[in-house]
Design a protein around this ligand. Structure first.
Ligand code: GAP
Length: 534
């Protein structure tokens, strides 16, 4: 599937718009249109239902070490600034950027790649932004720099494969993306990704606060509140869905890397001794969630981090990755991370920010031997009533992005195939084969023609279904054209009222994917949909 086609469908049919588009848009910010808002709400509600409210805490689910409870939270976006100091985001949540003095463009250091090439006596590193077209961009850029025509490409002597800019120590011989001269890239500089703001009338550092870069910390700092206000016993999970903000240096790939996005996170608290089994459970459970909702196993993978990639307090982290069509062939992008976080977060909020480089973990000290960032001093350990044992729970964190999941479901669903028109001639159609639980509109109701009692009957069906489902009424144009519009919107069922309906109160229901039509009683429409779309 070509990404351009999906992007244009999303705009044309009202799934996604650029934020503030009439003013030229704002890079890294996206608005969900009338269909998009329904789709994204369904992604979030399906996640919440499957992970939280629909979870049966009386059963031990396959692969889980025991039964467990789940509950939710909805925390503020702006929190006490100390939260981010103890979590490590204040000191460590940064990317490195490089600027081009010539083009004035800014890049993430690790997102520029390139290749060494020699022509005559000159050997240079030709850089391009990482992405689908990178090999082409490098070749074109090298030809232009050495003033060669395409037919002279064999005069270029390439040395090694495409490598990241991070592998270079000096940028003197680097030809930056789109630059005309060498050595225009600055040395990498640190850039904190948190958006800063000011609370109240104070605009100085005393009033400084941050928009949260993850929803997780709201859960950690409320751990004791949840424990004290419920009768939950460990193991249990606390879930949260909400906006997060990151001042990404190079937002790109549609909504994949945005500056404002939504996360769906669970912090799962368990006894330290059982945490490896819980980690395994959540890793597999979360992978399954995506496949159950239609992502194909060919395009989805679970990638365990190598030991060198892990924070040393973590015994495991795995990413669920999807082969997004905007990535180079064979590349995958992160949909969700499942991390074993040990007791790092609860202890940091209790004792003061821990130094992730210590073993065993110890509070990070300043030049005076005092905690660099003081914790809350509140007791965040847990006493097991059955064993009387007290411990700081370990945490397994499945952390998903609602926007990335929505984008992956859209990419997977986009399909072009053939369907017969009213005369039976095959016509090509664009169809979004979204899982019925995710589809923005569950059914469309059509009177075949605008007369003979059909609109009245269609109205009756529409009114009844509307009480429980998102349904759409359409009586305009040829019925074939109405089907096509619903196919593009991903509507799984079209209910048509025809001449027979007026006689015997039956309707035809057309299936978006198989194109099969079945005739059912009008009174059965609700049950028919409930069985298939919830
Ligand atoms: N609490 C852990 C955490 O935030 P993360 O890997 O930084 O971990 C989790 O983020 C998920 O949030 C990612 O897997 C991705 O789905 C989503 N996400 C992160 N940054 C994003 C961005 N700039 N735009 C869209 N989604 C993003």
């Amino acid at each position: 599937m070509e990404m351009d086609k999906l992007v244009s469908l999303c705009k044309r049919r009202g799934f996604l718009f650029q934020s503030s588009e009439i003013y030229g848009g704002l890079n890294g910010f996206w608005d969900y249109g009338p269909l998009g808002v329904e789709l994204k709400r369904n992604v979030k509600e399906t996640w919440w239902r499957d992970m939280v409210t629909g979870h049966n805490d009386r059963l031990t689910l396959a692969g889980a070490p025991s039964a467990y409870e789940m509950s939710g939270l909805d925390c503020t976006i702006i929190m006490h600034p100390q939260v981010w100091k103890c979590s490590g985001h204040y000191d460590l949540f940064h990317d490195f950027m490089v600027d081009c003095r010539e083009t004035k463009r800014r890049f993430r250091h690790d997102q520029v790649c390139g290749r060494w090439v020699q022509h005559g006596q000159q050997r240079i590193f030709v850089a391009a932004e990482e992405g689908e077209q990178q090999a082409d961009a490098i070749l074109r850029h090298a030809l232009k720099f050495f003033q060669l025509r395409n037919k002279d490409a064999d005069q270029l002597q390439w040395d090694g494969s495409v490598v990241s800019l991070t592998t270079l120590e000096s940028f003197e011989q680097v030809l930056g993306p789109d630059a005309k001269t060498l050595g225009t890239l600055t040395a990498p500089r640190e850039f904190n990704l948190m958006f800063k703001t000011f609370v109240g009338a104070l605009s100085g550092e005393e009033g400084a606060a941050y928009l949260r870069p993850e929803t997780a910390q709201g859960i950690f700092v409320n751990f004791k509140n949840v424990l004290d206000s419920t009768r939950m016993r460990i193991p249990f999970g606390i879930a949260q869905i909400g906006k997060s903000f990151r001042n990404e240096i190079t937002p790109r790939n549609f909504t994949f890397r945005s500056r404002e996005f939504e996360q769906m996170e669970i912090e799962f608290f368990c006894p330290p001794a059982h945490s490896p089994q819980w980690y395994q459970y959540w890793r597999d459970r979360r992978y399954r969630w995506y496949t159950e909702l239609g992502l194909s196993k060919d395009r989805l993978r679970l990638r365990d981090h190598h030991v060198e990639e892990l924070s040393h307090y973590s015994t495991g982290t795995a990413d669920i990755e999807y082969a997004f069509p905007f990535l180079p062939e064979g590349s995958f992008g992160e949909l969700e991370g499942i991390a074993h976080r040990g007791d790092f977060d609860l202890r940091s909020h209790m004792e003061g920010k821990l130094d992730p480089n210590t073993r065993p973990l110890a509070v990070e000290k300043d030049d005076h031997g005092q905690p660099r960032w003081r914790g809350s001093g509140k007791e965040l350990s847990y006493r097991d009533e059955l064993t009387n044992e007290r411990y700081v729970p370990h945490v397994i964190e499945p952390s998903a992005g609602a926007d990335r999941a929505t984008l992956a479901f859209l990419c997977e669903a986009y399909c072009e195939d053939q369907a017969p028109d009213e005369q039976g001639a095959m016509q090509s159609r664009v169809v979004l084969k979204l899982h019925p639980r995710l589809a923005p509109i569950k059914a469309a109701v059509f009177p075949l023609v605008k007369k003979d009692g059909m609109p009245e009957l269609a109205d009756e069906i529409y009114g009844e279904l509307k009480r429980s489902f998102v349904v759409f009424y359409d009586e305009k144009g040829a019925v074939g054209r109405r089907y096509r519009r619903q196919d593009e919107a991903g509507t799984p069922f079209c209910i048509t009222v025809d001449g027979q309906s007026v006689q015997d109160r039956t309707v035809t229901v057309r299936d978006r994917d198989t194109l099969e039509q079945v005739r059912i009683k009008i009174d059965e429409c609700s049950a028919f949909l409930r069985e298939r779309v919830t």
